[in-house]
Design a binder for this molecule. Structure first.
Ligand SMILES: Nc1ncnc2c1ncn2[C@@H]1O[C@H](COP(=O)(O)OP(=O)(O)OP(=O)(O)O)[C@@H](O)[C@H]1O
Ligand SMILES: Nc1nc2c(c(=O)[nH]1)N=C(CO)CN2
Length: 877
């Protein structure tokens, strides 16, 4: 079993990141809150007290924050996976659970949390309930009254790998006002099975995990049965399974329990490839008290449990009185299962050291002629192929070792059992009745015919006697040196049996006619249900179980010694009758009478034993009494014997022969009926198997349909998210387009309201005589803004200003030399004399110049000393 893992938790770790489906979430960081639980083997750390031997939560916090602050992801699932990957890179982390909360997720509705939880690796059990600790003024505040919900809390099932796709069970939000009610406890029955790997070890690990889960209490674990695989028709052969049943109780809901069992399956390597395929482990919830559940993921009671010996047999071993709600007593159910013959081996106390059980069983089975492979087909193969001698069983020559008697399979037995009517005789009777050398031929013949007559069900007498007490199965007498039913009484499921069959009072209650009623463990676990504790010794890896089949079981009556006269039956009856009065006819084919003195005289070597047909004896029952013949064990004068002894002998021979013929005819008839019955039983089993297969197929189809529907829902949900994203993008684009359009409109409006640009012309005004550049002789030729050559300043100075009507335009004469410092005197004043009356002059400080968009004309002094005069065209005011 793997080392126990402890859980290190870190909760409420907050960091900011840019994760989300929407573009805007990538633009601005938002908070993410992370809860971490790490499954770590702390054994070393506990002994060394060294941080190097464990996982430092400080490192964990750094790693997690780095991921949250790292590259953007669309989904919190992705974020959780990235965190898992980083933390699992630490080899000390065997498993983990990561929850990513997104408290400011962009949702229109009010909410308290959005989160995703992932579990990875080996995460046995569940996370312990953790209380929030509030620190106030540096001290831990007293606990809040309300119970915690959420992470690890009792009302939240942890996310498990196998259930990732299924919708999470919503946790009922508990408020401080909600009183904490003790949830109701339900008994449960789980069935465990598997046939891949070292299954006993895996199943023991599963039991250990279950024990570790809070709110689950294990009451009992059944012996471990090795069973032939039950297969769907046409399925390829598989290795044998190991099956066990667990009884317990839990306050978990059925789905929470399923979550846990599925988690354990996943942790123990369960993979699903094929329906009813080979598996390392399978855990089915068989029942939960009276609960009935039926939904897409869970059906309780388990819909096929009532058909399965590999579930019912181990269950019966620990709870013989159990019933499966809606189906009845498991005892009865078991007797009708088609795989009843498939129980190959059984081991008790297997949890102690499960290692080696499988190998040991393999060698036992190999010695017995089995293979681990079972035969295909829903109809189980006959399983009995017992070792014929004790020596063939490895280790069985050691008398201290417990015996393995494989379960006695019914109703069809592959090899004819060496059981005959003679086997019904007790050994001393048998010895005294056996024909001697030289005894008469007829007696030899009768004896031999008895010897070849298998015991028939019809031979079972109605009254129980010491001879037919349960457990006196002749098969067991064939191996007298091992534990037999006499040493070890079988335990009847319904009625406790006395310690030894011989001590059973004659009034013992008749055994219920249940074919498997007494499949009983010879060694029992300490358990609550009353179970037998017979004498088998406990050694080795677990205790093999002896299985004994009740004689009350009609199906096993092949093996029940009946119908052969023995000391305790016909002769005894006869003696008693003779002593007490007229002989009482018994429902037996023969009476032990007809010893004729003459024959004795003529053939002194003959044994005076004969068997006569009952009707002959009955012919004159009163005569027996009347003639006072007493049956003294040897010599009885039959009342109906006629005068001649020779005639009588011949008549006896003839009657005996006739009787033999009648018996043979009867036997042939019985064989025919038996064949018919077996054929009917086979058909019935086939029908049941077919029905189960059909049910299975329908269940599978339903499961597939639901899976498909779920997938389609998921696809639709993804598509809806995609469309939503697209819609958001389109909306964003629309808003942007609108903004641009609005801008354009505004610009257009401004444009529209703006006066058309005046056509501009430029002219150079002559510089005044006393202007700063007036004396310059080397003035370059002036060019107007329109490129026209206006000649030199001197020439231009002679030219008059055009006859523009400056008064109609707002003309400002600007002297920007005020900034350049070349001339502090505003040019305007200088120019003013030359401008028409009313022309505005003065510095313009509030408008840029020369933009062409001014209301006013700007005149500047230039480097050439000439002043461009820009004026609105009078035709375009
Ligand atoms: N009572 C139940 N116990 C366990 N699983 C159940 C039960 N009822 C329904 N299921 C569902 O059956 C699903 C498939 O189970 P699984 O693959 O183990 O089937 P199986 O063991 O191969 O077949 P079978 O159910 O016949 O034993 C599980 O995921 C679970 O959701
Ligand atoms: N013997 C045996 N056969 C099976 C088993 C099982 O547990 N034991 N489980 C099956 C599907 O659950 C199918 N067949």
């Amino acid at each position: 079993m793997s080392a126990k893992l402890d859980i290190i938790t870190l909760r409420g770790l907050t960091a900011e990141g840019i994760h989300g489906v929407f573009e805007f979430e990538h633009a601005a960081p938002q908070p993410f809150v992370i809860d971490i639980a790490l499954w770590v083997d702390t054994t070393d750390a506990i002994s060394s007290d060294d941080i190097a031997d464990t996982v430092s939560y400080a490192d964990v916090a750094n790693d997690v924050v780095a991921v949250v602050e790292g590259p953007p992801a669309h989904l919190i699932e992705t974020l959780a996976q990235r965190i898992s990957d980083v933390l699992l890179a630490n080899p000390r982390v065997e498993g983990l659970e990561v929850t990513v909360h997104k408290p400011q997720a962009p949702l229109e509705q009010e909410f308290t949390d959005v989160a995703v939880t992932v579990r990875r690796g080996n995460t046995p059990g569940t996370i312990a309930r953790i209380r929030d600790i509030t620190v106030v003024d540096g001290k831990v505040a007293p606990e809040a009254d309300e119970p915690l919900v959420g992470f690890g809390g009792p009302d939240e099932a942890p996310a498990l790998p196998s259930l990732v796709e299924s919708p999470p069970t919503p946790a009922a939000p508990l408020t401080p006002q909600t009183p904490l009610q003790e949830p109701q406890s339900h008994p449960f029955v789980l069935a465990l099975g598997g046939n891949v790997g070292d299954v006993p070890v895996t199943l023991a690990a599963a039991v250990s995990h279950l024990i570790d889960i809070p709110r689950i209490h294990i009451h009992d674990v059944s012996p471990l049965l090795r069973t032939h695989a039950v297969l769907a028709p046409g399925q390829a052969p598989q290795d044998d399974h190991w099956n066990a049943v667990i009884l317990g109780s839990t306050t978990l809901t059925p789905h929470e329990l399923l979550n846990h069992t599925a988690g354990i399956e996943a942790a123990l390597g369960r993979e699903r490839h094929e329906h009813w395929g080979p598996r390392s482990i399978d855990i089915d919830i068989i029942s939960m008290g009276d609960l009935h559940v039926s939904d897409a993921t869970l059906t309780i009671p388990h819909p096929r449990a009532h058909l399965r010996a590999f579930v019912l047999a181990p269950w019966l071993l620990i709870d013989p009185e159990a019933t499966l709600p809606g189906f009845g007593s498991i005892d009865d159910l078991l007797s009708r299962t088609a795989d009843l013959n498939g129980i190959v081996d059984a081991v008790d106390d297997w949890l102690e050291s499960p290692e080696g059980i499988q190998a040991e069983s393999d060698s036992l089975v190999a010695a017995g002629g089995h293979t681990r492979e079972s035969s295909p087909g829903a109809e189980p193969q006959p399983v009995l192929n017992e070792p014929s001698t004790l020596a063939e069983i490895p280790g069985m020559s050691d008398p201290a070792r417990p015996l393995v008697i494989p379960p006695i399979a019914v109703p069809e037995i592959a090899q004819p059992l060496a059981l005959s009517r003679l086997d019904r005789l007790d050994p001393s009777s048998k010895a005294s009745l056996q024909p001697d050398q030289g005894a008469d031929l007829l007696w030899h013949k009768v004896w031999n015919s008895w010897a070849q007559t298998p015991i028939e069900p019809e031979d079972i007498p109605q009254q129980p006697t010491a001879e037919n007490e349960p457990g006196n199965v002749t098969r067991q007498r064939e191996t007298p040196s091992v534990t037999t039913a006499q040493d070890q009484p079988p335990v009847q499921a319904h009625a406790p049996r006395p310690a030894t069959p011989s001590s059973a009072p004659p009034s013992s209650p008749p055994v219920p006619a249940s074919p498997i009623a007494a499949v009983s463990p010879a060694v029992s676990l300490p358990r609550q249900a009353p179970t037998p504790t017979p004498a088998a010794s406990a050694q080795g890896n677990g205790h093999r179980l002896d299985f004994v089949v009740s004689p009350g079981n009609p199906a096993t009556s092949h093996e029940t010694r009946q119908g052969v006269p023995s000391r305790t039956e016909a002769p005894h009856t006869e003696v008693a009758s003779a002593a007490e009065g007229p002989a009482v006819a018994q429902p037996l084919p023969f009476q032990q009478v007809l010893v004729d003195d003459a024959v004795l005289e003529e053939n002194p070597g003959h044994r005076p034993m004969r068997w006569a047909p009952l009707q002959h004896f009955d012919a004159d029952p009163s005569g027996a009494a009347g003639s006072g013949h007493a049956f003294s064990g040897r010599t009885v004068n039959h009342p109906s014997v006629p005068g001649s002894r020779a005639e009588s002998a011949v008549a006896d021979e003839a009657r005996a022969r006739a009787e033999l013929e009648r018996i043979e005819a009867q036997r042939a008839e019985e064989a025919r009926r038996r064949a018919l019955r077996q054929e009917e039983e086979r058909r019935e089993r086939e029908r049941l198997a077919q029905e189960e297969f059909e049910r299975e197929r329908r269940a599978q189809e339903q499961y597939q349909r639901e899976r498909l529907a779920r997938e389609q829902r998921e696809i639709a949900a993804r598509e809806a998210t995609r469309l939503q994203e697209e819609a958001v993008r389109a909306e964003t684009a629309r808003i942007e387009a609108e903004r641009i359009a609005a801008q354009a409109r505004a610009a257009a409006e401004r444009e529209a309201t703006r006066r058309p640009l005046p056509k501009r012309t430029a002219q150079y005004a002559p510089l005044p005589e006393d202007g700063p550049r007036a004396s310059s002789e080397n003035l370059t030729r002036g060019h107007g803004v329109d490129g026209a050559d206006y000649g030199s300043a001197a020439e231009m100075g002679e030219r008059p200003l055009p006859q523009w009507d400056f008064s109609s335009a707002k003309v400002t004469i600007v002297d920007d030399s005020s900034e350049g410092g070349r001339n502090a005197t505003p040019r305007a004043s200088l120019l003013a004399p030359d401008l028409p009356e009313g022309t505005l002059t003065g510095a313009v400080t509030d408008l840029p110049s020369a933009t062409g968009m001014l209301d006013r004309v700007t005149m500047r002094p230039t480097a050439t000393g000439m002043i461009p005069v820009v004026k609105r065209d009078t035709q375009h005011p």
